[in-house]
Design a protein around this ligand. Structure first.
Ligand code: NDP
Length: 281
């Protein structure tokens, strides 16, 4: 279905969004504070809205600005009665919920979203677009793989931040290993395929471990936390001996040690969820 859409904000991401809509055949209206950024899209068939009010008068409006304060600044006086807004600007869940309440009060139907993709992947199945809020009755499939996560407008941002935690944790763990191996003359490219295999293997454990967390029962079927903690000591000692950064290994070990001190040494790794569920030290 190729219903009319509007894209507000033509930065790197907004431009990619508008282009994907055009390619999929959606009649696409665009608006940007700096109007010149619309030139190439207009050449590709987009309609440039002369005013923000005109832009909002069309169908579904996708908003993709720098941050939530820019969104509030732009839409504050625009008149939102009867509009359908999909805010794909990145932010946290509190901002999403506040903005949802604010927009709904003005008569808008508001969905919050998050984009877990780079501009060049928009329009391919690889681009993950998360939505939360009222169930959409429109199709944003032109942008990528779209998932509606639920009615709570904060969910898309929460998933976004959860995903970022995964991304940066994996990257930091890889950099730690790379720094260790470089001391022995092993270059990053040599280690990368090995690291990739380990990361993929660990990723495969997640569904089973998730079951333990959801049941609240952590029998040591594969390994006890005490055994894991001994391997963590090697990781800390090796890093220190090599003169590479040991902060990440120490943090990992400190969390396991606390869970062991709390009596969980005989249980399996995901029992550490208890350390993650409360504020840290
Ligand atoms: P850019 O810096 O390229 O674009 C920012 C856009 O916001 C521009 O259109 C700018 O308008 C507009 N803007 C900022 N402040 C205001 C304001 N007060 N009033 C009106 N318009 C305003 O950023 P991106 O396009 O890269 O990112 C946009 C959003 O997408 C961000 O929330 C980002 O986190 C998210 N995102 C980006 C990714 C990426 O790889 N780029 C990946 C995933 C998410 P003007 O042109 O006039 O300055």
């Amino acid at each position: 279905t190729t219903a009319p859409v509007t894209v507000l904000g033509l930065g790197l991401m907004g431009t990619a969004l508008a282009r994907a809509f055009l390619k999929a055949g959606h009649p696409t209206t665009v608006w940007n504070r700096t109007a010149a950024k619309a030139d190439s899209l207009v050449a590709e068939g987009a309609r440039l809205a002369p005013t923000i009010g005109d832009a909002l008068a069309g169908g579904v409006t996708i908003v993709c600005l720098t941050d939530y304060s820019a969104v509030r600044e732009l839409l504050g006086d625009a008149g939102l009665e009867g509009t359908t807004l999909v805010n794909l600007t990145s932010g946290d869940s509190a901002q999403a919920r506040e903005t949802a309440a604010w927009a709904e009060k003005q008569g808008a139907r508001y969905l919050d979203g998050a984009i877990m993709a780079i501009p060049s992947s928009i329009g391919t199945a690889e681009a993950v677009i998360l939505l939360s809020g009222p169930r959409p009755d429109f199709d944003l499939g032109a942008l990528g793989t779209v998932s509606h996560l639920g009615e709570d407008p904060g969910l898309a941002s929460l998933y976004d931040v959860a995903g970022l935690t995964m991304m940066w944790s994996v990257l930091n763990a890889w950099l730690q290993g790379t720094a260790m191996l470089k001391t022995a003359g092993v270059d990053a490219a040599t280690y990368a395929p090995f690291a990739q295999q380990i990361a993929a293997g660990v990723a495969g454990w997640l569904p089973g471990y998730a079951e333990q967390i959801d049941k609240g029962a952590f029998p040591a079927e594969v390994s006890a936390l005490e055994t894991d903690a001994r391997a963590m000591a090697h990781m800390v000692e090796e890093s220190e001996a090599l003169g590479v950064n040991a902060e990440l290994p120490k943090l990992i070990k400190a969390m396991a040690d606390r869970a062991i001190a709390a009596g969980h040494g005989g249980e399996q790794y995901p029992v550490l969820i208890r350390e993650f569920e409360r504020p840290g030290e």
